[in-house]
Design a protein around this ligand. Structure first.
Ligand SMILES: [Zn+2]
Length: 113
Protein backbone atom coordinates (compact mmCIF):
# COMPACT_ATOMS: atom_id res chain seq x y z
CA UNK A 1 0.00 0.00 0.00
CA UNK A 2 1.29 3.47 -0.76
CA UNK A 3 1.74 6.08 1.93
CA UNK A 4 -1.10 8.26 0.67
CA UNK A 5 -3.68 5.47 0.97
CA UNK A 6 -2.22 4.43 4.29
CA UNK A 7 -2.47 7.95 5.69
CA UNK A 8 -6.07 8.19 4.46
CA UNK A 9 -6.89 4.91 6.18
CA UNK A 10 -5.56 6.34 9.44
CA UNK A 11 -7.65 9.48 8.91
CA UNK A 12 -10.80 7.43 8.29
CA UNK A 13 -10.28 5.58 11.56
CA UNK A 14 -9.79 8.87 13.42
CA UNK A 15 -12.93 10.31 11.82
CA UNK A 16 -14.98 7.28 12.81
CA UNK A 17 -13.75 7.49 16.40
CA UNK A 18 -14.68 11.16 16.35
CA UNK A 19 -18.16 10.52 14.90
CA UNK A 20 -18.98 7.78 17.40
CA UNK A 21 -17.88 10.11 20.16
CA UNK A 22 -20.18 12.81 18.84
CA UNK A 23 -23.14 10.39 18.57
CA UNK A 24 -22.44 9.26 22.13
CA UNK A 25 -22.48 12.83 23.35
CA UNK A 26 -25.78 13.56 21.60
CA UNK A 27 -27.64 10.56 23.03
CA UNK A 28 -26.14 11.06 26.48
CA UNK A 29 -28.37 14.13 26.89
CA UNK A 30 -31.55 12.06 26.69
CA UNK A 31 -32.95 8.92 28.35
CA UNK A 32 -30.19 7.49 30.55
CA UNK A 33 -31.19 3.84 30.09
CA UNK A 34 -31.18 4.20 26.30
CA UNK A 35 -27.75 5.79 26.52
CA UNK A 36 -26.49 2.97 28.74
CA UNK A 37 -27.73 0.31 26.30
CA UNK A 38 -26.16 2.13 23.36
CA UNK A 39 -22.88 2.57 25.21
CA UNK A 40 -22.69 -1.09 26.17
CA UNK A 41 -23.72 -2.47 22.77
CA UNK A 42 -23.21 -0.67 19.47
CA UNK A 43 -21.03 2.17 20.74
CA UNK A 44 -18.81 -0.32 22.52
CA UNK A 45 -18.73 -2.65 19.52
CA UNK A 46 -17.74 0.04 17.08
CA UNK A 47 -15.07 1.49 19.34
CA UNK A 48 -13.74 -2.00 19.96
CA UNK A 49 -13.56 -2.77 16.22
CA UNK A 50 -11.70 0.48 15.61
CA UNK A 51 -9.44 -0.16 18.59
CA UNK A 52 -9.97 2.75 20.94
CA UNK A 53 -7.27 1.34 23.18
CA UNK A 54 -9.58 -0.45 25.64
CA UNK A 55 -9.86 -4.20 26.25
CA UNK A 56 -8.09 -5.24 23.07
CA UNK A 57 -6.76 -8.78 23.21
CA UNK A 58 -4.37 -10.57 20.89
CA UNK A 59 -7.35 -12.51 19.51
CA UNK A 60 -9.03 -9.36 18.24
CA UNK A 61 -8.49 -8.04 14.75
CA UNK A 62 -9.21 -4.31 14.78
CA UNK A 63 -9.00 -1.56 12.19
CA UNK A 64 -5.79 -0.49 13.88
CA UNK A 65 -4.38 -3.99 13.24
CA UNK A 66 -5.25 -3.61 9.55
CA UNK A 67 -3.50 -0.24 9.45
CA UNK A 68 -0.44 -1.81 11.08
CA UNK A 69 -0.53 -4.78 8.68
CA UNK A 70 -0.57 -2.49 5.65
CA UNK A 71 2.24 -0.19 6.79
CA UNK A 72 4.05 0.99 3.63
CA UNK A 73 7.37 -0.76 3.16
CA UNK A 74 10.68 0.95 2.48
CA UNK A 75 10.50 -0.48 -1.05
CA UNK A 76 8.05 2.27 -1.94
CA UNK A 77 10.38 5.02 -0.73
CA UNK A 78 13.31 6.73 -2.40
CA UNK A 79 16.58 5.33 -1.02
CA UNK A 80 18.13 8.79 -1.31
CA UNK A 81 15.59 11.12 0.29
CA UNK A 82 12.86 8.76 1.62
CA UNK A 83 10.13 10.46 -0.39
CA UNK A 84 7.48 8.27 -1.97
CA UNK A 85 8.41 6.94 -5.41
CA UNK A 86 6.22 7.58 -8.45
CA UNK A 87 5.82 5.49 -11.60
CA UNK A 88 5.99 6.35 -15.28
CA UNK A 89 6.39 4.25 -18.46
CA UNK A 90 10.11 3.88 -17.80
CA UNK A 91 9.74 2.68 -14.24
CA UNK A 92 9.82 4.09 -10.77
CA UNK A 93 11.43 7.42 -9.98
CA UNK A 94 11.55 9.94 -7.19
CA UNK A 95 9.63 13.15 -7.93
CA UNK A 96 11.56 14.86 -5.16
CA UNK A 97 15.24 14.30 -6.01
CA UNK A 98 15.01 12.65 -9.45
CA UNK A 99 16.45 9.30 -8.37
CA UNK A 100 15.55 6.55 -10.87
CA UNK A 101 15.02 2.98 -9.83
CA UNK A 102 16.90 0.60 -12.15
CA UNK A 103 15.19 -2.71 -11.62
CA UNK A 104 11.55 -3.51 -11.12
CA UNK A 105 10.46 -2.88 -7.58
CA UNK A 106 9.50 -6.16 -6.01
CA UNK A 107 6.27 -5.25 -4.27
CA UNK A 108 3.48 -7.24 -2.67
CA UNK A 109 1.00 -4.84 -4.24
CA UNK A 110 1.19 -6.83 -7.47
CA UNK A 111 -0.72 -9.62 -5.77
CA UNK A 112 -3.59 -7.35 -4.80
CA UNK A 113 -6.83 -7.32 -6.81
ZN1 LIG B 1 14.42 11.05 -3.72
Amino acid sequence: MNKQDHDRLKEIREEMLHLVDEAKRIISNDDKSVYERARVYWVGNILHALDDGNYITKYDYTMQNTIDDLEPSDDDLCPMCKEELADDEEGAYCPECGYEVDEEIDSNEDEDE
